[in-house]
Design a protein around this ligand. Structure first.
Ligand code: NAP
Length: 481
């Protein structure tokens, strides 16, 4: 018999009584738990609780707020293995990757605790005698935090914790595909003794409660990570209510390989960046643009790496690629592979959904390399969000850069080259929020994270830029004589 979980509103576990089941992506027959299908009135109750709590929470000293967060992070740190196992069962990624997520969360949170001492403003000399001019930061108020399923522990942490340190209160709405991880985080929030209403959790379908949450006039900021389609909708609602938005959205991240001697290392870095979490990462490398003369060597090296991956349930020892999150995602990925075939590309390795034994219990897709790709093909332009990498051959570095920048997205980009001039050109010209030179799209725990174009809007998350979202500026002229 599976557990039934609830929303967390104003310090109480509660819901309006309708539920849905979450299944293990590695075994569709296994039910992970029953979760509330919240209604708009539940959302309103959560926002109201956060609004009431804001009055006292925002008036604590930043270091007092940080002490609550410290207690929470200590609990999180103790539980990383357990949380990783739960994440693995709910989302499907291999155990090592799953355990890595809360561990990374601990590092990011520890940096954010220090931000309590760095909520700095500005002080400038006045034009007048007897006047001091200062600019201070104030928390924006109630924040709606809306998160996707691909990093179900890290993304809620990345939103909740900086909001709390800055003095905001939070209504967290996780993906309805992975609510369990958020329940587990809120259990730790409760254990850490946060005052009622400071953090609230509302579980349900974005299509049913999203507009109510984002459009509630008591919400003063919406921090969202997810698809560009939903991001656009949230941006419209935010604009209507003059509410700050922080949007982290999709990507179609290129890796250029041009005049780089160590092709084996490039292949290794690209494959790791393409196939981690079964390619379900916003920053996954999904297209390679390679110098024609180096293409064959690179393709062969990636094919060899792909053959080494072991597909299986995330909890099984030795698994390096787990199932994709659900059947809908799997069908969409297979649709892209099929379309690439029809449009004349070549499947150099992979391309299949596996079947038989454990593979019949979930949706397992082989790591897939598609070669002979041209710029007009769907696989070259659209976000696939699965273990699929494309290769397009180019004849000059300028052409590579032009193709890389031709995407409507602008999240992460990589270049592998030994030519200094290419490196400088790429750093300057690459249209993306995060640029990686001679390594794959790997981010670090204290560096700002975000995108441009259709990949992002608003201050970058992680590290020090987050406070630009969670605080407003107030300018103070003080005539003291
Ligand atoms: P999604 O479908 O856009 O969902 C994201 C969140 O938005 C979920 O909690 C979803 O709830 C909610 N939502 C849906 N409709 C809504 C509405 N009308 N109003 C408010 N919220 C609504 O994205 P996903 O499939 O979970 O995640 C994959 C996408 O996220 C990919 O495009 C990926 O690139 C992107 N992503 C970006 C970053 C980044 O940092 N740039 C990081 C990770 C992922 P339900 O689950 O209930 O629908």
């Amino acid at each position: 018999m599976s557990n039934t979980y609830e929303n967390f509103i104003d310090g109480k576990w509660t819901s309006s009584g309708k539920y849905y089941d979450i299944h293990n992506p590695a075994d569709y027959d296994e039910i992970i738990g029953r979760f509330p299908l919240s209604e708009p009135r539940d959302t309103d109750a959560a926002v109201l609780a956060a609004h009431k709590a804001f009055l006292t929470w925002s008036r604590l000293l930043p270091m007092e707020r940080a002490q609550y967060v410290e207690r929470f992070v200590a609990l999180l740190d103790e539980k990383t293995n357990y949380l990783g196992e739960c994440l693995c069962m709910e989302q499907g990624k291999p155990l090592a990757e799953a355990v890595g997520e809360p561990s990374r969360g601990v590092k990011e949170c520890r940096y954010v605790i220090g931000e309590a001492t760095r909520l700095q403003g500005i002080s400038l000399p006045s034009e007048r005698q007897g006047v001091t001019n200062t600019v201070v930061r104030e928390p924006i108020g109630v924040v709606a935090a809306i998160t996707p399923w691909n990093f179900p522990l890290l993304t809620p942490l990345r939103k909740m914790i900086p909001a709390l340190v800055a003095g905001c209160t939070v209504v967290l709405k996780p993906s309805s595909d992975t609510p369990w991880c958020s329940v587990l985080l809120l259990e730790l929030i409760e254990k850490a003794g946060f005052p009622s209403g400071v953090v609230n959790l509302i579980i349900g379908r974005g299509s049913e409660i999203g507009d109510t949450l984002c459009g509630n006039p008591l919400v003063r900021g919406i921090t969202f990570t997810g698809s560009t389609v939903v991001g656009r909708r949230i941006n419209k609602i935010g604009a209507e209510h003059f509410v700050k938005v922080q949007l982290e959205m999709g990507g179609k991240n290129p890796a250029i390989v041009y005049d780089y001697a160590d092709i084996k290392t490039a292949a290794k870095s690209i494959a790791a960046a393409a196939f981690a979490n079964a390619g379900q990462r916003c920053t996954a490398v999904s297209r390679v643009l390679v110098k024609r003369q180096q293409a064959e060597e690179l393709e062969q090296a990636i094919v060899a790496i792909c053959k080494e991956y072991k597909l299986g349930p995330g909890l099984e020892k030795g698994t390096t690629i787990g199932p994709v999150v659900n059947k809908k995602a799997g069908d969409s990925i297979m649709g892209y592979i099929q379309k690439a075939r029809e449009q004349g590309a070549y499947i150099a390795v992979g391309g299949n959904r596996l079947s038989g034994g454990v593979y019949d219990k979930g949706f397992y897709i082989e790591p897939t390399l598609i070669t002979g790709v041209t710029a007009d093909m769907s696989v070259a332009r659209e976000e696939i969000f699965g273990p699929v990498l494309t290769v397009q051959r180019v004849d000059s570095f300028e052409e590579a850069l032009e193709v890389a920048n031709s995407s409507e997205y602008g999240l992460a980009s990589c270049v592998f080259t030994d030519i200094q001039a290419n490196i400088y050109t790429f750093m300057r010209e690459s249209q993306s929020g995060m640029v990686h030179i001679n390594h794959g799209s790997v981010s670090e725990s204290f560096m700002p994270f975000g995108g441009i174009k259709m990949s992002g809007l608003g201050p970058f998350s992680i590290g020090t830029t987050n406070k630009d979202f969670f605080t407003n500026l107030k300018v103070i002229y003080n005539q003291y004589i």
